[in-house]
Design a binder for this molecule. Structure first.
Ligand code: DGT
Ligand code: CA
Ligand code: CA
Length: 573
């Protein structure tokens, strides 16, 4: 039975939630949360590792004890501790905890005093104005609870692209074992690398007599077969996530791929152009009357209607067709253009690997430089650094740099932007750094005007370089804070500050639309991972694809430059 990383991660984080509601030991809770996060972010499949007898306790944040528990989850598909907990506390309280602003204590209070043990009952309690009767709750809380419920219900329908990758990988490997397959690809929003996807749209060509449909519906993780046909079938995985499969003839592969990659708006616009040229486009080909004149490849489809080839990430009908007609499409950034990572944590604060380990991993990726950016002191939960501790880290980096040959470690920090817009570390130490990554970690609820001013004031500080995760949103989890992004971008540009595209799988912040806005005013961005362990360095691919969706070229990104050039850009006037 294939247990996906997302399933394991869900079990562990649910266990942590219920332990917290029970008021258990903080360290134990943290251990489960760390493990959930590690596994949720792994590119390797944990079930495969277990099968191959791999040692899970080598993963960051996972000890021997948890490693054996995880192996048990993989083998049995259940977790006895969670089952025990659910006998005492309703499991859905864990979902209620995901509603913004409701921690374990408040969820417990709502449950014990109002009997709320499901999202529906929570909604009912808000509508009947019962929540505000509880001590410490008010009308404002009710409002934010309602919004939280809406967001969770919406989030359930769409999966973050990183989670979709974890599902698509093993599923495709399984399907490819059918020898008669010629092409196999996931089209749809997945191919366009949207930040979330509703389902997977798999497209296949194969030679006669293939058993692909049988193979498809017999995948072990199938929960329900929605439909089964000769050329088209749909299933739902046990998690509820839908997967469609279509088999198309090879002469139509290009036009089918074009059609099912979408977006719908892009398809419609291309079809209109075809019509104006006396052609007809469908998933079967480009036709002149009854004659197929193109369709074997996507390139042939675009060419026939007079357009240059458009990369999937651009196909949103946001100006790409016009640009393709004028041969004016951007030369999109590639993963291989990235020469360094500028947002990395170590176990000196809340990361899992040492400075040396992170440097070694970055070297393996072929990077020329990285910036170590541990947290500043106000981020207390993370055990942030004060001036003295940061000075120590700086010394250590200087020492390591002398030993390293092919990579340079830049001295950085992720410094908090405090409520009044000041930075959380003194000028004395900030000036000794190569760069600062500045971020908001508190007071998310200020008015738009105050929040915007807070950031602009911070950028006034000459030591400010990069604004990290500029909107603070977390995909399916937390809305962006209220800010005037246009204004922040303009002011950043004026001051020579950079905006980050945080590539962490849960963030992707800036998003595609903001990337395009930055590009349009000539504001440079940094694509970084916010790595907390070695494996996180691979998140960079999610950042790059999001940037591609935002029309970003290598020249728009500071960490595609040589170290010298990059330092020049970083220098503020
Ligand atoms: P999703 O699944 O919501 O994340 O986004 P998509 O784009 O993958 O949407 P989906 O799965 O409903 O459909 C896959 C592709 O099929 C879509 O991108 C374009 C194409 N398609 C679907 N319906 C239509 C339609 O009514 N007209 C046209 N021209 N194309 C369509
Ligand atoms: Ca889709
Ligand atoms: Ca679909």
């Amino acid at each position: 039975m294939p247990v996906h990383n997302t399933d394991i991660s869900d079990v562990l984080s649910k266990t942590a939630d219920l332990l917290e509601i029970k008021g258990e030991n903080q360290f134990r809770i943290r251990a489960y949360r760390d493990a959930a996060r590690t596994i949720g972010g792994l590119s390797k499949n944990v079930a495969d590792m277990v099968d191959e007898g791999g040692d899970l306790s080598r993963l960051p944040g996972i000890g021997k004890d948890l490693a054996s528990k995880i192996a048990e989850i993989v083998k049995k598909g259940t977790f006895p501790l969670l089952q025990e907990l659910q006998k005492e506390i309703p499991g859905e309280l864990s979902i209620i905890m995901k509603v913004a602003g409701l921690g374990a204590k408040r969820v417990k209070a709502i449950y014990e005093e109002l009997g709320v043990d499901s999202l529906d009952k929570l909604k009912e309690a808000v509508e009947n104005k019962r929540i505000r009767e509880l001590e410490g709750f008010g009308e404002k809380t009710e409002q934010s609870i309602l919004e939280g419920i809406k967001r969770i219900k919406k989030g359930k329908e769409r999966l973050p692209i990183a989670a979709a990758d974890q599902i698509a990988g093993p599923f495709l490997d399984y399907l490819k074992k059918e020898k008669k397959i010629k092409d196999i690809i996931v089209a749809g929003s997945y191919r366009r690398r949207r930040q979330t996807v509703k389902d997977l749209d798999i497209l296949v060509t194969c030679s006669k007599g293939s058993k692909i449909m049988d193979r498809f519906i017999n995948y072990e993780d199938v929960g329900e077969v929605i439909s089964r046909g000769k050329t088209r079938s749909s299933i739902r995985l046990r998690s509820g996530f839908q997967v469609d499969l279509r088999v198309v003839p090879q002469v139509s592969y290009g036009s089918a791929l074009h059609y099912f990659t979408g977006s719908k708006a892009h398809n419609i616009a291309v079809r209109k152009i075809a019509v104006s040229k006396g052609l007809k486009i469908s998933e079967y080909g480009v036709f002149k009357g009854k004659k197929r004149v193109a369709g074997r490849s996507e390139e042939s489809v675009y060419k026939k209607v007079g357009l240059s080839y458009i990369e999937p990430e651009l196909r949103e009908n946001r100006g790409e067709i016009e640009a393709a007609r004028k041969k004016n499409l951007p030369d999109l950034i590639d993963l291989k253009d990235i020469r360094g990572d500028l947002h990395i944590h170590t176990n000196y604060t809340d990361g899992h690997n040492s400075l040396e380990e992170m440097a070694e991993a970055a070297q393996k990726k072929g990077y020329d430089y990285i910036a170590i950016t541990d947290h500043s002191k106000k981020v207390r939960v993370a055990g942030g650094l004060d001036e003295k501790e940061l000075a120590k880290e700086i010394k250590k980096i200087d020492k390591i740099n002398k030993e390293l040959k092919s990579i340079v470690i830049l001295k950085g920090v992720e410094v908090d932007i405090l409520e009044d817009g000041s930075l959380d570390l003194s000028e004395d130490i900030l000036k000794d750094l190569d760069l600062t990554v500045c971020a908001i970690h508190s007071k998310f609820n200020l008015t738009s005007q105050k929040q915007t001013e807070r950031i602009i004031r911070a950028m006034d500080n000459p030591n400010f370089n990069i604004l990290a995760h500029p909107t603070g949103r977390r995909i399916n989890e937390r809305e962006p804070y209220d800010i005037d992004m246009d204004k922040i971008m303009k002011e950043a540009k004026k001051r020579g500050c950079i905006l980050e595209l945080n590539s962490h799988r849960d963030r992707l912040d800036l998003d595609d639309v903001h990337c395009k806005a930055a590009k349009d005013i000539g504001l440079k961005i940094a694509i970084s991972t916010d790595s907390h362990s070695r494996g996180d360095l691979d998140f960079i691919k999610f950042g790059v694809s999001q940037a591609r969706r935002g029309w970003i070229e290598a020249a728009d990104v500071i960490n595609t430059r040589s170290l010298r050039e990059f330092k020049k850009i970083l220098k503020r006037k």
